[in-house]
Design a binder for this molecule. Structure first.
Ligand code: GLU
Length: 416
């Protein structure tokens, strides 16, 4: 089955079980499930290939799922596998994330089906600006605020800000995750990974795991995975395996995350890092460890590998990394899962802080951003854990219940 179906089915399964626990009527379920607006655009870009200019057209999407609690909010992804079904599932997830962490936003997601590694800097700028031109009528400071996601970064947000400002005046708050020099938020870049590490540590402590004796495996060494690794290593955890898209590295003695980052900067990959052995992405998930952090793409843990996973604690840094069937198998073995909508919510939470600072034209320092982030994440984790314990359900079910309940309540109050 292709990934878009897996993501949608998994998401639907989690939602259906929350709907029945909340005893929501079919009509309300239909409202909560449907997107407010789905936009598809063609993005033409001239690419230089073998000394020749060729016009390429890429497909771009923005799904605005729900805005009952505030403007649409969510990342923009550049990846060859991007498609409407996947963007739709990820847009919904943003609605539940913003509701769970109780910030005044709804949920959206965007993407362009492109491999950004095949484009040079000028071509990427053209792609980002063309995409923004086409989406400008539906985004806005109080309408829909994009942010980085897989394959995009602060520079892409800078280009979008520039393009949008040409027709609307300088509007820093139209995107978050911007470069610091353009009104970005101190700590935003590391916020998602930092939040993942903070919650992994909280969950580990609840399981009486001791940092220095706990082995951590991280799949994905992009922005989220690398900052989670830095943060967990600083808390004393032993990072024994890391991987990127081309494969991973393993060392029973532990990997120096600083050296791994320097190696990736120099060579472009983790392979060949001194003192480590090569490991494939599939093997890495099955390594003996205390904490497993999938921080790459969707649906990496499926029925094919769920039974081979040895970690007693999984923290979902990626969005929808575990299919619902795999989730059931892991639950049967009492594996503790900190679900995506809680685990990686630090990113959009810091985006909210960035938006607030932009609106007020009053920047906060990094310490303030991270201390507010940790406090809010801890509080959200505690509320989810308490509900899970009270109802004897897992944390994912509790998180969905809380989030859906809040969105449904806002819809009722607004009288949609
Ligand atoms: N792309 C991130 C996510 O999936 C952040 C979204 C945002 O900051 O709006 O949560």
């Amino acid at each position: 089955m292709d990934k878009k179906c897996v993501c949608q089915k998994t998401q639907r399964h989690f939602l259906d079980s929350a709907f029945s626990r909340l005893k929501l009527k079919a009509s309300r379920q239909a409202l909560l499930l449907s997107s407010f607006r789905e936009t598809r655009v063609t993005v033409p870009v001239t690419l230089r290939h073998n000394g020749e200019n060729t016009l390429h057209t890429f497909q771009g999407y923005r799904v605005q799922h729900n805005h009952a609690r505030g403007p649409f909010k969510g990342g923009l992804r550049f990846h060859p596998d991007v498609n409407l079904g996947e963007v739709r599932a990820l847009a919904q997830l943003m609605t539940w994330k913003t509701a769970l962490v109780d910030i005044p936003f709804g949920g959206a997601k965007g993407g362009v089906a492109v491999d950004p590694k095949q484009l040079n800097e000028t071509e990427l700028e053209e792609l980002s600006k063309r995409f923004c031109q086409k989406m400008a009528p539906i985004i806005g400071v109080h309408e829909d605020i994009p942010a980085p996601d897989i394959g995009t970064n602060p520079q892409v947000m800078g280009w979008i800000l520039d393009e949008y400002s040409k027709t609307h005046g300088y509007r820093t708050a139209v995107v978050t995750g911007k470069p610091m020099a353009l009104g970005g938020c101190a700590g935003r870049l590391e916020a998602t990974g930092h939040g993942v590490a903070h919650l992994a540590d909280k969950a580990a402590m609840a399981m009486s795991l001791i940092a220095e004796q706990s082995r951590v495996v991280i799949q994905g060494f992009g922005n989220v995975g690398s900052h989670a690794a830095i943060s967990l290593a600083s808390k004393g955890y032993k990072i024994i395996a890391l991987s990127g898209s081309r494969g991973g590295v393993y060392s029973e003695k532990g990997i120096d995350v600083g050296l791994a980052l320097a190696h990736v900067r120099e060579t472009g990959a983790l392979q060949g890092l001194a003192g480590t052995a090569a490991v494939s992405n599939a093997e890495l998930l099955e390594l003996p460890c205390e904490i497993l952090i999938p921080a790459a793409l969707e649906a990496t843990i499926t029925c094919d590998n769920a039974d081979a996973i040895q970690a007693p604690l999984i923290v979902e840094a990626a969005n929808i990394p575990i299919t619902h069937q795999a989730d059931q198998r892991l639950q049967q073995r009492a594996v503790v899962i900190v679900p995506d909508l809680l685990a990686n919510v630090g990113g959009v939470l810091a985006s909210y802080y960035e938006w607030v600072q932009n609106l007020q034209q009053f920047p906060w320092d990094r310490e303030l951003v991270l201390s507010r982030l940790e406090k809010r994440l801890s509080r959200t984790y505690d509320v989810v854990r308490d509900l899970a314990q009270e109802r004897k359900i897992d944390m994912r079910s509790a998180a969905y219940e809380l989030a859906i309940g809040r969105v449904d309540h806002a819809i009722r109050l607004r009288g949609f």
